[in-house]
Every structure is written in structure tokens, then in C-alpha cells.
Design a protein around this ligand. Structure first.
Ligand code: RP5
Length: 164
């Protein structure tokens, strides 16, 4: 049984080099006062760590997992295969193919094991954080209000006309 204060969102990534992207998910969650547990878990370099994390995710109290990886990005799909906790996949922008490889390898899951795939790069990571918050907000009225306020502030910041 998870302690009441355990983070409900896990953010995992395949490499330290993914952190520049994935920190956008952590940052927006922090703005919304949602705790997250951030880890490096590589599908091909630390497969045992990935297995243990995914198999233990539900019992650890995670309700959403955000998984980011680049290149032949198996991580989100492998985690989704090992847990029933919803997985949001963030395709990290790779050097060789600008993240097209990451995107296709995350989004093209065969029917039966879904990964909710976001945009390539930092926009995708930010939106994964917002989507995770929206999922939790379904049963957290205070978070729902913070999310609505966050969006209202973004709308209010848009000027009607461009300024020089
Ligand atoms: C993937 O390979 C990681 O997700 C990362 O995006 C990419 C490159 O990793 P490094 O070589 O920078 O560690 O596993």
C-alpha cells in the first residue's frame, strides 16, 4: 500500500541526455503542485531496472507514467507491456533523424498495448505533464482548479495585437 504522500506520477527516461527534454514535464507538474518521481530507466542498457520499475509501478502508487526516449525508443512500449498503469510516451528529438525515429517507434504500438504519444521534444514533454495532471484531476478537485487557473493564465497572457 502506497504512503499517502507518494508521488502519483513517474517520469522515466532512457538516458541522462533526455533530461533537457523531460524536465519540461517535471517543471509543469511542479507548477501545478504535483509531485513526480524522476528516474533514468533504459530499455536496452538497464533492462532489469526497467522490468523492476514497470512491474512495481502500480504497487508503488503511480497512477500515470511519463516515459521519454529517443532513437529506437522501446522504453514507453516495454513499460506499457509490463504494467496496467497508463503510459504517456514522449519522443525525444534524436540527432540522426530529428525525432522522427523516436516518434514512429513510440506511436506505432500494435493494438492491445496503448502508449499515449505526445509531440516530439519539449512540447511533448510539457504536454505529457499537463495530460498527467488532467488525468489525476479527474478525482482531485483542487488540482482540477489549479489546472484550469493555469490554462486561464496562459489565455490571459495572449495580447490582442502584436507589440513591437
Ligand atoms: C536512448 O538513446 C535514450 O533515450 C536517448 O534519447 C538516446 C541517446 O542516449 P545517449 O547515447 O545520449 O545516452 O536510449
Amino acid at each position: 500500500m502506497a504512503a499517502p504522500s507518494s508521488p502519483k506520477v513517474a517520469i522515466v527516461m532512457g538516458s541522462q541526455s533526455d533530461w533537457d527534454t523531460m524536465r519540461c514535464a517535471a517543471d509543469v507538474l511542479e507548477e501545478l503542485k504535483v509531485e513526480s518521481d524522476v528516474r533514468i530507466v533504459s530499455a536496452h542498457r538497464t533492462p532489469d531496472r526497467m522490468y523492476d520499475f514497470a512491474k512495481g509501478a502500480a504497487e508503488a502508487g503511480f497512477e500515470v507514467i511519463i516515459a521519454g526516449a529517443g532513437g529506437a525508443a522501446h522504453l514507453p512500449g516495454m513499460i506499457a507491456a509490463l504494467t496496467h498503469v497508463p503510459v504517456l510516451g514522449v519522443p525525444v528529438q534524436s540527432k540522426a533523424l530529428s525525432g522522427q525515429d523516436s516518434l514512429l517507434s513510440i506511436v506505432q504500438m500494435p493494438a492491445g498495448v496503448p502508449v499515449g504519444t505526445l509531440a516530439i521534444g519539449q512540447a511533448g514533454a510539457t504536454n505529457a505533464g499537463l495530460l498527467a495532471a488532467a488525468i489525476l484531476a479527474n478525482h482531485d478537485a483542487a488540482l482540477s482548479q489549479r489546472l484550469q487557473d493555469w490554462r486561464a493564465a496562459r489565455s490571459a497572457a495572449v495580447t490582442e495585437r502584436p507589440v513591437d
